[in-house]
Ligand binder design. Structure first.
Ligand code: SF4
Ligand code: F3S
Length: 107
């Protein structure tokens, strides 16, 4: 089991999630964060911290977000670790809640 970062993180990247993770298993891309599925210990601490409500347990993913299981696993192997909070992306508020952000995912 793991927690998964889903679509609404894209273009927002608030990073509140990384501050609470006891095992530092978040990895950072240009406009999205992912969780390493083999490192996550399912503590659930990050889920309520995300202002964009983008984090879910893999067995409670909203409909249409299933592809993010694979996306998290893949990109966590490629991207650098992030363990400290930083400023969100400049237009985070405007992008929060927008649909179709998957097309904006930068790898
Ligand atoms: Fe880290 Fe816990 Fe969130 Fe997994 S569930 S990413 S271990 S804070
Ligand atoms: Fe993304 Fe939410 Fe973390 S927007 S960076 S999953 S706090």
């Amino acid at each position: 089991m793991t927690f998964v970062v889903t679509e609404n993180c894209i273009q927002c990247k608030y990073t509140d999630c990384v501050e609470v993770c006891p095992v530092d298993c978040f990895y950072e891309g240009p406009n999205f964060l992912v969780i390493h599925p083999d490192e996550c210990i399912d503590c659930a601490l990050c889920e309520p911290e995300c202002p964009a409500e983008a984090i879910f347990s893999e067995d409670e993913l909203p409909k249409g977000q299933e592809q993010f299981i694979e996306i998290n696993a893949e990109l966590a192997e490629e991207w650098p670790n992030i363990a400290e909070k930083k400023d969100p992306l400049p237009d985070a508020e405007a992008w929060d809640g927008k649909s179709g952000k998957i097309d904006k995912l930068e790898r």
